[in-house]
Design a protein around this ligand. Structure first.
Ligand SMILES: Cc1ncc(COP(=O)(O)O)c(C=O)c1O
Length: 378
């Protein structure tokens, strides 16, 4: 334990199987969206238990298309938590709607369901709950509010693969659910995402808009040499994924639960070590986390971050609240005082490394220095 270790914040778990999958796909000659993507979508929807799964090149793109598909448009309002990655607010802005920020719960940093109704106006069209760190939001309560006011729900499940709410996998609790396969996520294709839904109309619209608004599967045209004809029937985007990414995703999906168990083991070791000493975000009785993030809360966050860095340990902060980013603050005139909990937890939160392949020695090393340097958050 005396030697200095170098521990990155995240390392993707890539085995020979992923390398073989990607290599075979490249050698097949089909590089863009094609048969591997169909297979990935199919396996993904079977895993989640949704009727549809449509792959996209990021969760940000997925959120944008899902918003379009549920009918959110210019002048509408969409309620989102104040502490999320900017992508949530950005996608709402793409759709022409206004992101209305809702403060969060202090314990697990998810949207505070008790504050949502106060933010609803005649312009409110949808809510985007974000399952922070992999801890599911209170979906029953959110669905009740949405039903009462006739609102759509799109889940930002960028962190929630696989996460459970009341023993059921996140992915089918609302109109559309958006997952991220970004490099640091629990399933990674480098960049990528998936939209799941049980609604045929939403699935069709997302599918149409992800590739230039072209009707049908354009790539299938190649199956028939003379079939060069296609029609553009909607405004579309270049949001499709590639078979290279899908080949990676297919292998990652097979070991998703194993990777989750690995993170859960690390979370349990952290929890045992920090209990009664340092505050951290834990599961609630109704949610089982993907453990995408392990977030501690300390009184000296910045000093701790620096000291851990000096010891070779990379950590991160999730998130700088939306209303603190200059562009969004200026564009929507957010008032910092309206989000006391998001502000309070932002100052204290630090995310520790948690990923398959992080060794017991590394976990011990992290715990040793966190315990040595962290100040109680209270
Ligand atoms: C909460 C949340 N939503 C959305 C995204 C966007 O994901 P992507 O990078 O796949 O667009 C992220 C990515 O970090 C995220 O953390």
């Amino acid at each position: 334990m005396r030697d200095k270790l170098i521990i990155p914040f995240h390392k993707p778990h890539i085995s020979q199987k992923e390398l073989d999958g990607v290599s075979e796909t490249i050698q097949s000659g089909w590089l863009t969206m094609g048969p591997k993507t169909l297979e990935f979508e199919n396996n993904f929807k079977n895993y989640i238990g949704s009727q549809f799964a449509i792959s996209v090149n990021s969760a940000t793109a997925g959120l944008h298309l899902a918003l379009n598909a549920v009918g959110v448009s210019r002048g509408d309002e969409v309620i989102i938590p104040a502490n999320t990655f900017i992508a949530t607010a950005e996608a709402v802005t793409y759709s022409g709607a206004i992101p209305i920020l809702c403060d969060i719960e202090e314990k697990i940093h998810n949207i505070n369901v008790e504050l949502i109704e106060k933010l609803i106006t005649p312009q409110t069209k949808a809510i985007i709950p974000v399952h922070f760190g992999g801890h599911s939001c209170k979906m029953d309560e959110i669905n009740m509010i949405a039903n009462k006011y006739n609102l759509k729900i799109i889940e930002d499940a960028a962190h929630a693969l696989p996460s459970f709410y009341k023993n059921k996998l996140v992915g089918t609790f609302s109109d559309a659910v958006c997952f991220s396969f970004y490099a640091t996520k629990t399933l990674s294709t480098g960049e990528g995402g998936m939209v799941t839904t049980n609604n045929n109309k939403i699935a069709e619209k997302v599918k149409l808009q992800r590739l230039h608004g072209i009707k049908g599967d354009a790539w299938k045209r190649n199956e028939n040499k003379n079939d060069w004809y296609y029609e553009v029937v909607d405004l579309g985007y270049k949001y499709n994924t590639t078979d290279i990414q899908s080949a990676l995703g297919l292998v990652q999906l097979e070991k998703l639960e194993w990777m989750r168990d690995e993170r859960k083991n690390i979370a349990n070791i952290y929890k045992d070590a920090f209990s009664g000493k340092i505050d951290f975000i834990d599961e609630s009785p109704e949610n089982e986390s993907s453990w995408h993030l392990f977030v501690i809360k300390t009184g000296n966050r910045d000093e701790l971050h620096q000291k851990l860095k000096e010891k070779g340990i990379d950590t991160s902060v999730h998130f700088i609240p939306i209303h603190k980013h200059p562009y969004y603050k200026n564009r929507y005139s957010y008032n910092n005082e309206d989000y006391p909990v998001a502000n309070f937890v932002f100052e204290k939160s630090l995310s520790l490394p948690i990923y398959p392949g992080l060794s017991d020695t590394e976990v011990e090393y992290i715990i040793k220095y966190v315990l040595e340097y962290a100040e109680d958050s209270n």
